[in-house]
Design a protein around this ligand. Sequence first.
Ligand code: ZN
Length: 261
Amino acid sequence: MLYNGLRNGCSIMVFYVSLACSLLVSDIAAAQVGDFKQSTHITLVNFLTGRFDVENAVEFTKIGYPYAIRPMYLRSDTFAAFKSMRAAALKDGVNLVIVSGFRSYNDQVRIWERNYKRVSLSETDVSDRVKRILYYSSPPGVSRHHWGCEVDLNSVSPYYFNTTEGKKVAKWLMTHAKRFDFYLTYNEGRLKGFKSEPWQYSYYPTASKIMSFFRLYISAVNVDGFKGSHAVDVAKILDEYIIAINPEILKRMQLEGKIVY
Ligand SMILES: [Zn+2]
């Protein structure tokens, strides 16, 4: 009941300082964050690292079939834009389905550890294991999926995007997604960062706002609680992976005067 009261009562946000968080977010941070809205009961750092109760986060919506392969959460603004894009794609005979949206810190721990187990079969050195996982996956705490405005569409298998159907989906998205403010996050041809992922799209209006401040808060964050975490260098990953996204996104941000810190 209390949460319902909070949900209904809060619209614009001063950040509520939780006793549990490691880096407290003050009014100064809120000013730097500008017009970015966030639930009062989630601190900024906890939000950026996926450490909050998404069920009670006001900006998030629970989604499911036919939009997603299973119940999951997404930012409401991102979901609204996705629904428009999906309707347009359906008219062209392309069925877009979200296979991954918001992920919590713990969700990312599960993905990371699954990969860790797999790469441990071939890599004995911990830092080599981390490097291998970083081909496609972020360590918990620095995944853009924590933001709730990234979607993996249809499949996270490169093989799918080589099938006739996968090629059609990728082509449709490359041609039309930008009309709906979705940008391919990890395009081909970048010199750094994750390998190209034809499935991950970023909802620009929200993701660009988050990108304009997130490094200020995340660079000092420790990530732990998962295998190999001691070999994860957050600052390096932010510079070499998280920031190494589709240059079209960065260019648009620059044109709009958004600085990536
Ligand atoms: Zn993804």
